[in-house]
Design a protein around this ligand. Sequence first.
Ligand code: NAD
Length: 356
Amino acid sequence: MNKTIAVIRGDGIGPEIVGEAIGVLDAMAAKFGHTFTYQEAPMGGNAIDAFGVPLPDSSLETCLAADSVLLGAVGGPKWDSQPSANRPERGLLKLRGAMGLYSNVRPARMFSDLSAACPLRADIAARGIDFVVVRELIGGVYFGSHSTEEVDGEQKATDIMAYSEHEIRRVARVAFDMARKRRKRVTSIDKANVLDTSRLWRKTVTEVAAEYPDVELRHMYVDNAAMQMVRDPSQFDVIVTENLFGDILSDEASQITGSIGMIPSSSMGDGTRGLYEPIHGSAPDIAGQDKANPIGTILAAAMMLRYSFDMAAEADAVEAAVDKVLKDGYRCGDILGESGTLVGCREMGSLIRQRI
Ligand code: NAD
């Protein structure tokens, strides 16, 4: 297969980790007979330096024309004094909007060899953690109107939370499609005992479930879900939830698995094109020192293979290579425990390539 990938290396550790992810993609392409063409799309602080704006039109066009987009991270102290309309993150928000990315997908997967980094009790961790949080990204209370006014001599603040059926339906389909590629179980999380938006959420997700008779659906209240996630995370396969609940639960999900440097994410809209990135930022404190853990970005590239290119065997091969490197005891600084061999970003990439 031939695929074009827009590459946003970004700032800080971005170029280092993206370089290793591309190396792994190339090793995988050679093994499976694919051709990937990479097109550079400058974005973030480096784009402000070179073009005066965080997302030049040419970069946006490159991303919109590509089969998918791989991103390192953007931002850093050098650009903190930029006016808010021209900050590096503005580029990311503009890109998400232009690509119509309404769902964010974050896997929470614990590597058995890193179970010591799991903050949960050993017997809970031993059952394994391998689920995905699908979060609605451009609706709900974050996108409703916000106001603060004086009422009866005191300040009163209001945030509007609204959802339409089509906003719920499209993100529910992302979750059900994903479940079909996994263990075929969806948990929809809401607060339907209190909120109208949640009652509509529950009704609409149930309707969508009828299109997927092979996928099991269950509903859970958000307060119970937060508890179940630490009590027995092994029960989850795909979680789907609205923007605010997803923001909180996806951070909880990341935390229970261990290091921030290990976790990928994808943002999807209609169609198969997505934006794939690690969940961390540009880590300016370790940039240019060959200390960054590239695994989050390499696993983001694996997600791209699985979900945008329908290359499940190839994605499995990348994930298995990461597993093997960890089993063999190699660690970047952020995941180095009592034992283990410390390696830098470049060597970690090379060790993963060798195992593909
Ligand atoms: P950060 O995630 O960059 O770093 C937090 C801590 O985690 C740092 O100590 C860093 O060294 C460490 N860390 C992060 N990724 C690592 C990796 N792969 N390997 C080893 N250690 C790693 O968060 P921050 O310091 O709050 O933000 C730095 C910059 O990144 C800011 O400008 C912020 O706006 C930006 N940011 C960008 C994105 C994005 O591009 N999507 C996301 C978050 C933050």
